[in-house]
Design a protein around this ligand. Structure first.
Ligand SMILES: [Zn+2]
Length: 250
């Protein structure tokens, strides 16, 4: 039998990076607006609070300012668009890759994917939730920083720096989400499509760098069936996993 050269399953690096960039841009805007508002109105009220004993009024005013500020920085449609672009990007990337494999293997290309709409919808919803949680965690943290700062007399400059550091924390969260979700959604799409093509076995392939966990290094190059996976695991199913499944055609 002639050995067919099946195109390998590829990891969606470009889609992952675009998602990460999109989230980071949103966070940068959020930090920018927060700092603007801090310089414009919040600082003034903290100063007034320090000068005057009418504590409640100024504390409440400051917290109201913070709350109003962070509530609408990410608009709902902006978040949904970002999550949609991400999931659609993964889908298109994977579909092309899987169809290339099907063509070379001589099996039917992907069509009538009844599960796809629901899968895309639930993946988008999940990612909208993750982005919103970045925003609300940022919001809570800023509120705490400003409140604690006021109470303990932290300098204006230090409070400002704490706000900026909180932005950096949010950016690293975005990075983790982008990697985890890319591997996870991409892995599920691959599995569903391989199974629809009649592929019942796959070969585990790691990203081949130093970040690959020991357990997955052990799976690398070995063949597993789609029913059981490797001890119930599939490429992309573990947190931040960038492994892929190479189809084994009969
Ligand atoms: Zn892995």
């Amino acid at each position: 039998m002639i050995k067919r050269n099946i195109p390998p399953t590829r990891y969606p690096y470009a889609v992952e990076r675009a998602y990460e960039r999109g989230m980071k841009q949103m966070i940068k805007n959020m930090v920018h607006i927060t700092l603007q508002e801090y310089d414009r109105a919040i600082k003034m009220n903290i100063k007034a609070y320090h000068a005057d004993a009418d504590e409640l009024t100024f504390v409440q005013r400051v917290l109201q300012l913070v709350r109003a500020l962070t509530l609408n920085i990410f608009s709902s449609s902006e978040i949904t668009n970002l999550a949609n672009t991400f999931v659609s990007g993964l889908n298109l990337f994977n579909m092309k890759n899987m169809n290339d494999q099907a063509r070379v293997a001589g099996v039917n290309p992907i069509q009538h994917e009844k599960w796809l709409n629901d899968f895309v919808k639930s993946s988008v919803t999940q990612n909208v939730g993750y982005i919103k949680s970045i925003q609300s965690q940022f919001h809570d943290k800023i509120e705490a920083i400003v409140y604690e700062g006021m109470k303990s007399g932290t300098s204006m400059k230090e409070i400002r720096e704490q706000i900026m550091r909180t932005g950096k924390v949010s950016e690293s969260k975005a990075e983790l989400i982008a990697v985890d979700q890319s591997g996870s959604i991409h892995g599920q799409l691959t599995k569903k499509r391989h199974e629809e093509m009649g592929v019942s076995k796959f070969q585990w392939l790691t990203a081949g760098d130093s970040r690959v966990r020991k357990e997955h290094q052990n799976y690398n190059g070995k063949t597993y069936d789609y029913k059981n996976g490797a001890n119930g695991k599939f490429p992309g199913s573990d947190y931040r996993c960038r492994c892929v499944a190479i189809p084994v055609f009969n």
